[in-house]
Design a protein around this ligand. Structure first.
Ligand code: ZN
Length: 287
């Protein structure tokens, strides 16, 4: 299994912000000290403007250079455009590895699934998954599915991929919750599975299983996974009820599809994040 990461993802922070460098550094430490999985550590690849501009506007790319906060959740940081590009480059590297038949996980920040074509929001600046999906479609993939199990609706991914031929988006998330979208399906290709706050764990998992069934029905040739771990029962940002073994199950279900897939980290804010990622990766590896 290839883990795509580098130190740039820990290069920016604001005190007290839940989306913090320790999310990644503690996960890296956890994965480097375990002995159950054989991991290869790979640096992010590059990304050019043309790849980004399939998903974002030129005006928005320019806005990333302007030193003003984007909103209360989403601060401006010196060189945030560079950090966001590194995260996109990691997702693209993961795409490449998946197409080469390897299991792979992009362990980077910032996350991306709330970033829309022309707006940074919800701790997200560039939409890593949407850019990767559009790259896949531009380079030979015919049917790409996005599976987004972050507890928050992937509004940015939905907005960017809405009604695009060759792609279907499946998001399982708490509703009502930030960012307030995702109560119903959108367009011809975006399927939303809202879960009420605090539902029994079995209900949450049954909803994930239903989304998986619908994804299989689409018969994708590639699956891009927005892997957020904030539906965890002890996550401070939402009221999900999943446990580590549920993320393990998610990894196994994805493996069982027998379709190339890659995952990019989205949310996950509890101190147990490293264990949740490890459980997921074990599932992906069939262990
Ligand atoms: Zn989230």
């Amino acid at each position: 299994m290839k883990i795509i990461t580098d130190e740039r993802c820990a290069g920016y922070s604001r005190e007290g912000h839940p989306e913090r460098p320790a999310r990644i550094t503690t996960a890296v430490e956890r994965l480097k000290t375990q002995t159950e999985l054989q991991l290869a550590w790979v640096a992010p690849g590059g990304v050019n403007d043309a790849q980004i501009l399939r998903a974002h506007s030129p005006e928005f790319l320019a806005r990333l250079q302007i030193p003003h906060d984007f909103d209360a959740d989403t601060p401006f940081f010196e060189n945030i455009g560079g950090f966001a590009r590194a995260s996109v480059g990691a997702a693209l590297q993961a795409l490449k590895a998946a197409r080469g038949g390897e299991n792979t996980f992009s362990l980077m920040r910032p996350p991306g699934h709330h970033a829309t074509r022309d707006r940074a929001m919800g701790f997200c600046y560039l939409n890593n998954i949407a850019i990767s999906v559009l790259e896949a479609l531009a380079t030979g993939s015919k049917r790409v599915a996005v599976f987004d199990f972050d507890v928050h609706h992937g509004n940015g991914t939905e907005a960017i991929l809405l009604n695009r031929p060759g792609v279907e988006f499946f998001s399982i998330h708490q509703f009502p919750c930030y960012p307030g979208t995702g109560a119903a399906n959108a367009g011809r290709n975006c399927f939303n599975y809202p879960v009420a706050p605090g539902v029994p764990r079995e209900t949450y998992r049954a909803t994930l299983a239903r989304a998986f069934d619908d994804l299989k029905h689409f018969r994708p040739d590639l699956v891009a996974v927005s892997a957020g771990f904030d539906a965890y029962a002890r996550d401070p940002l939402a009221d999900g009820t999943l446990l580590a073994e549920d993320f393990h199950w998610l990894g196994r279900e994805l493996r069982a599809l027998e379709i190339p897939f890659f995952s990019a980290l989205e949310g996950g804010y509890s101190h147990d994040l490293p264990d949740l990622i490890f459980a997921y990766l074990k599932g992906v590896e069939g262990k």
